[in-house]
Design a protein around this ligand. Structure first.
Ligand SMILES: Cc1ncc(C[n+]2csc(CCOP(=O)(O)OP(=O)(O)O)c2C)c(N)n1
Length: 357
């Protein structure tokens, strides 16, 4: 199966900004439409849990939090297209990925609180820890994909990268290696238009990020990242292609970071409010809501289920954050080396002595 290169195909969109179906696409949404209520529910829950995490940070309970508001369709749609055993390699803004994969929001919250190490609660769900160094995890995703290939276990891996990460050497190396080795790895680029305060126009002179795939020798495709159905079908096709032994695909999901870069940022200092308003009109959840309504699939029970699941999760998340004990500072030395070097053991002993005083 061959994907059409982005430049020729244009942006894949199945539901337009007003929530109406788009005809004439090479992708047929008929079979996926039945999953729409479930996807809608997870997007609503993601937005609510995201809001709760921002509130917790504002209340001083978390050190930092990067909101994924606006990117729910890209993240939920992508993961919904995969098997539960396909390994995911997130950057740090992937709450929708985590919730669609069934990770407990407390694992996310406690990581941002800094009181739990980042792999706990993630590895069990075939998700690597969040990666703060931009792009390093793309190489891990390729390594894991090559392992899957050698083991012939049918696994596909996904590297979640941002438009900013696309300028990192590690991501270039990862894409090149994946293509050379025909590794079953998808590069899911969420082009949310900003890398902190750097707009995508200052990130590259290329007319699209998907176009870069051509230079690596893999297909590249652009998808409307605020259209959950389109994201689901595009990723499904790329995953199938990878599983069939045809190598990696670069998927550029065009979306928008509605919130600040993190809770430490004030985007009003560098971006225009009219741009934010224009993207608010393309909101992925509102679009899905209208589309479901038009299909006759939106009823009170779906709305009620989404609301009550979100509310239960928010309460449980708050309780988990408040109840979690602060770990001993000595755990700082855990999980760094399998065999800690002498100087680290010495530093640990010094800290223990200091704490005993
Ligand atoms: C290797 C490295 N360089 C720089 C940074 C500082 N930094 C943190 S976030 C960020 C922007 C990343 O933008 P993008 O990949 O578009 O992801 P987004 O935050 O928009 O989701 C940068 C440069 C870092 N964390 N790691």
């Amino acid at each position: 199966m061959e994907l059409v290169v982005a430049d020729h195909a244009g942006i894949v969109q199945l539901v337009d900004e007003a929530g109406s179906p788009v005809s004439g696409s090479q992708f047929d949404p008929t079979t996926a439409v039945g999953r729409l209520p479930e996807l809608y529910e997870t997007m609503v829950v993601t937005r609510e849990v995201d809001e709760e995490l921002v509130i917790l940070q504002r209340q001083g309970e978390l050190a930092l939090f990067p909101s994924c508001r606006g990117q729910e369709a890209a993240q939920v749609g992508c993961v919904a297209a995969l098997r539960e055993t396909d390994w995911l390699f997130p950057q740090y803004r992937e709450l929708g990925v985590f919730l669609q994969r069934g990770i407990d929001p407390a694992a996310v919250g406690l990581t941002w609180r800094g009181t739990r190490h980042g792999a706990s609660g993630f590895l069990e769900r075939a998700v690597a820890p969040m990666s703060i160094p931009i792009g390093t995890h793309a190489l891990h995703a390729v390594g894991a994909a090559m392992a899957s290939d050698w083991l012939r276990d049918g696994g596909v891996t996904v590297a979640f990268v941002g438009d900013g990460a696309m300028s990192e050497g590690d991501v270039h190396e990862a894409m090149n290696l994946a293509a050379v080795r025909q590794a079953p790895c998808l590069f899911f680029v969420q082009n949310n238009q900003w890398a902190i305060s750097t707009p995508v126009s200052e990130q590259t002179r290329a007319t699209s990020l998907a176009l870069k795939a051509e230079g690596y020798g893999m297909p590249g495709i652009q998808v409307d990242g605020n259209d959950v159905l389109a994201c689901l079908l595009v990723v499904e096709q790329a995953a199938e292609r990878a599983r069939d032994g045809n190598g990696p695909t670069l998927i550029e999901a065009i979306t928008y970071r509605m919130g600040a870069h993190t809770t430490s940022d004030d985007p009003r200092r560098y971006r225009d409010e009219t741009e934010v308003e224009a993207w608010a009109a393309r909101d992925p959840i509102a679009r899905c809501h209208t589309h479901l309504d038009r299909l006759g699939l939106l009823d009170d029970s779906l709305e009620e289920r989404a609301r009550s699941r979100a509310s239960t999760m928010r309460t449980r998340l708050r309780d988990s954050i408040f109840e979690a004990p602060d770990p001993s500072p000595l755990t700082l030395f855990d999980h760094v080396y399998a065999e800690p070097p002498a100087y680290l053991i010495q530093q640990g002993a010094m800290l223990a002595e200091e704490l005993d005083r």
